[in-house]
Design a protein around this ligand. Structure first.
Ligand SMILES: C[S@@+](CC[C@H](N)C(=O)[O-])C[C@H]1O[C@@H](n2cnc3c(N)ncnc32)[C@H](O)[C@@H]1O
Length: 252
């Protein structure tokens, strides 16, 4: 018998927002104030940057919403590994260069005055060995006196296993619910996501995804940056940031 259910199901692991990318900003803009985050980043750059230029790179730029508020001051380049996220960024953010690349292996053949990586992208490195690859890439792409601003993921000591959450978006023709359930495995967090999307004339879709992130200690990350030529420190109480803390570093 033919299955006439209206719900289309998509299962994945680390889908990197594939099917969900076009809805990403609708849901996440409630939790992240990109304008405020960009203004904080600008003041940190004013305070710490000693190189003379305005070249800025965003590692894991996603849909590009931080670049949107930084491109008035900087010549911006964004890189991300997800085609779907880059597609949204290309549509929404004009006048910036957008590249498909992996944060662990990128080699752009030029150096930057500022390298940012916000929204806990760094957690996707999963292991300390991979994290060091990312830090090395950031260091080799920074000019002496250039600044990096990294928003870390949650530290292991602060991660609550068994935590559940729900976020919703509700407009006339589109309803979205995102449920999450978190657990810890070794030094990683595993967050199971269920996205339910009901859209006029398109029907109902269910996307399940699993995000695996490294629960890195901030102090270990700072030490890793120092041994890779970046003098770094943790700054707490950041407004507009998802995790309310940034690691800021200056290339020696
Ligand atoms: C939570 S989103 C954050 C996006 C953006 N930085 C922001 O704050 O809105 C994480 C992004 O990291 C990207 N990402 C994950 N692993 C990556 C990798 N190995 N290299 C580059 N980007 C990666 C994903 O594709 C996704 O766009």
């Amino acid at each position: 018998m033919m299955d006439d259910r209206m719900i289309k199901e998509l299962k994945g692991e680390d889908l990197l927002y594939g099917e969900f990318a076009k809805y990403y900003d609708l849901l996440y803009s409630k939790a992240i104030d990109h304008r405020k985050a960009a203004s904080t980043v600008k003041s940190l750059i004013r305070r710490y940057k000693r190189s003379g230029g305005i070249e800025l790179l965003d590692v894991g730029c996603g849909t590009g919403k931080d670049l949107l508020y930084l491109k008035d001051r900087f010549r911006c380049t964004g890189l991300d590994v997800s085609d779907a996220m880059l597609k949204v960024a290309r549509k929404d953010v004009k006048g910036v260069k957008l590249l498909k690349a992996d944060m662990q292996t990128f080699r752009l053949g030029r150096k930057f005055d500022v390298i940012i990586s916000l929204g806990s992208v760094i957690g996707y490195a999963k292991t300390y060995a991979n994290l060091e690859k990312v830090i090395r890439r950031i260091s080799m792409h920074l000019k002496p006196g250039g600044v990096t601003v990294i928003e870390p993921w949650i530290e292991k000591k602060d991660f609550a296993p068994g935590y559940t959450s729900i976020d919703t978006y509700d407009s006339k023709d589109l309803k979205i619910a995102r449920l999450a359930y978190s657990r810890v495995k070794g030094d990683t967090s595993i967050v199971e996501f269920g996205f339910l999307i009901a859209e006029k004339s398109k029907g109902m879709r269910y996307i399940s995804d699993r995000a695996v992130d490294g629960l890195f200690e901030d102090s270990k990350m700072v030490a890793m940056m120092r041994r890779n030529g970046i003098d770094a420190k943790i700054i707490n109480g950041i407004k507009g940031a998802y995790r309310s803390r940034y690691i800021v570093g200056v290339k020696r």
